[in-house]
Design a protein around this ligand. Structure first.
Ligand SMILES: Cc1cc2nc3c(=O)[nH]c(=O)nc-3n(C[C@H](O)[C@H](O)[C@H](O)COP(=O)(O)OP(=O)(O)OC[C@H]3O[C@@H](n4cnc5c(N)ncnc54)[C@H](O)[C@@H]3O)c2cc1C
Length: 390
């Protein structure tokens, strides 16, 4: 006897989208989340959606608010040497656009949809442990404060993010972790001000900066900062001064400043854990990989994994198990493409503390090459807007 077919660990975007897609196919599932619902909804994270992510959400019936409130982007802008701005138009090059729509909104949409269908989501599930995952009768134990409970299932989906437990249940002799830690972080603020109307990346001698948007009255700005800095070191005034200094005058003069409503310092890291399947455990999203946010890929990769995994589970219950057999290899092909692109964008646009004069000239040359080559711009656009699904 099983309590459910698929036990999903984590109610972030990956876990909730998987639950949504499985429910639509009539596959019973239960989601276990260690935090409260309000805590998950309060996390400020990603905001730029690839065209494939937008299509996946629309196909899943989750596109209405996104289409009404999201902001369609078709241009990536890169400033460097304090004056030049390179604009790469993804629509002209590929016929595809991106969407600025905050992860917080997607999370709200997923929880609203879960309420409407009566999904089983257990919040504040503590001490989640996975059992017998290499067998045909896996189970998950957890504690909601009323004692330990056991959920038996056929498959476990580990969607519990980088700090989750699922990945650690894959034995060391099976698992390989690939890691790269960058020697700086991103100091980000949210401000209820009209955003700069363009998505703008800046490479400046004082460090990287990014101007992005969540909606017409919500701006998201970042500056590269040392990881040794503390949030208290960064008053709003200091943040705005630093941001404006790093932008070309043509753009800094258009920035509307105001009080921040959120401020955070995020470390930058690339990490991939292989394989993404062991026994009847399947990893998806940040549980298996994280990327620096420079290429705006983290959330998009989580959606791609879930797309592959949901299709494989649906095919399995229809009698075809090949998708589950191939899941790890299929997902990892896309993951490594995004990991390489995010590393390249990070290397191109940041100042590294140990950067030599040679490194500096090579970086400037790379920017000049991208600015002068239609092929290089097409490659940037193709990867930024998102490669087609396998
Ligand atoms: C500051 C910041 C900025 C970012 N900016 C961008 C961006 O601009 N573009 C982009 O694409 N990506 C960005 N990302 C990455 C993006 O937010 C993630 O890739 C995305 O959240 C991954 O979704 P997920 O569901 O896999 O993981 P998560 O969102 O981490 O969700 C995992 C869930 O599992 C729960 N959980 C963890 N451990 C357990 C446990 N033991 N038991 C039960 N539940 C557990 C967690 O509470 C969480 O709710 C950013 C991330 C951060 C932190």
């Amino acid at each position: 006897m099983t309590d459910t077919r698929v036990a999903i660990i984590g109610a972030g975007p990956a876990g909730m989208l998987l639950s949504h897609l499985l429910d639509r196919a009539g596959i019973d599932n239960v989601v276990l989340e260690q935090q409260s619902r309000s805590y998950v909804l309060g996390r400020i994270r990603a905001g730029v959606l690839e065209s494939g992510t937008v299509e996946t959400l629309r196909e899943a019936g989750l596109g209405n608010r996104m289409d009404a409130e999201g902001h369609v982007h078709d241009t990536i802008n890169i400033a460097w040497r304090g004056e030049d701005v390179l604009s790469v138009n993804t629509f002209e090059l590929l016929g595809k656009t991106m969407m600025a729509y905050g992860q917080t909104r997607i999370q709200e949409d997923l929880y609203t949809a879960a309420d409407e269908r009566g999904a089983r989501v257990v919040f504040q599930a503590q001490d989640v442990q996975l059992h017998d995952i290499a067998s045909d009768h896996p189970s998950v134990t957890f504690d909601t404060g009323a004692g330990s409970e056991r959920l038996s299932c056929e498959f476990i989906a580990g969607c519990d993010g980088f700090h989750g437990v699922s990945r650690t249940h894959i034995p060391d002799h099976v698992r390989t972790d690939y890691d790269k830690v960058y020697p700086f972080g991103w100091l980000g603020i949210l401000s209820e001000t009209p955003p700069l109307p363009i998505l703008l990346y800046a490479n400046h001698e004082r460090g990287f900066a990014l101007c992005s948007m969540r909606n017409p009255m919500l701006s998201r700005y970042y500056v590269q900062a040392p990881l040794t800095d503390r949030i208290e070191d960064w008053s709003d005034d200091r943040f705005w001064d630093e941001l404006l200094t790093r932008l070309p005058e043509s753009q800094s003069s258009r920035i509307v400043t105001g009080p921040s409503i959120e401020k955070s310092l995020a470390p930058l890291r690339s990490h991939v854990s292989e394989p993404m399947r062991w026994g009847n455990l399947f990893l998806a999203g940040d549980a298996a990989h994280i990327v620096p946010p420079t290429g705006a890929k983290g959330l998009n990769l989580a959606v791609a994994d879930v797309r592959y995994l949901s299709q494989a589970l649906i095919a399995h219950y229809a009698g075809d198990g090949t998708g589950l057999e191939d899941y790890s290899a299929t997902a990892l092909r896309r993951v490594w493409g995004a990991v390489r692109f995010s590393w390249w964008m990070t290397t191109l646009l940041h100042r590294f503390p140990d950067q030599t004069a040679f490194d500096q000239r090579a970086q400037e040359q790379e920017l000049s090459y991208v600015a002068s080559s239609a092929h290089a711009q097409a490659a940037l656009a193709e990867q930024y807007v998102g490669l087609p699904y396998s």
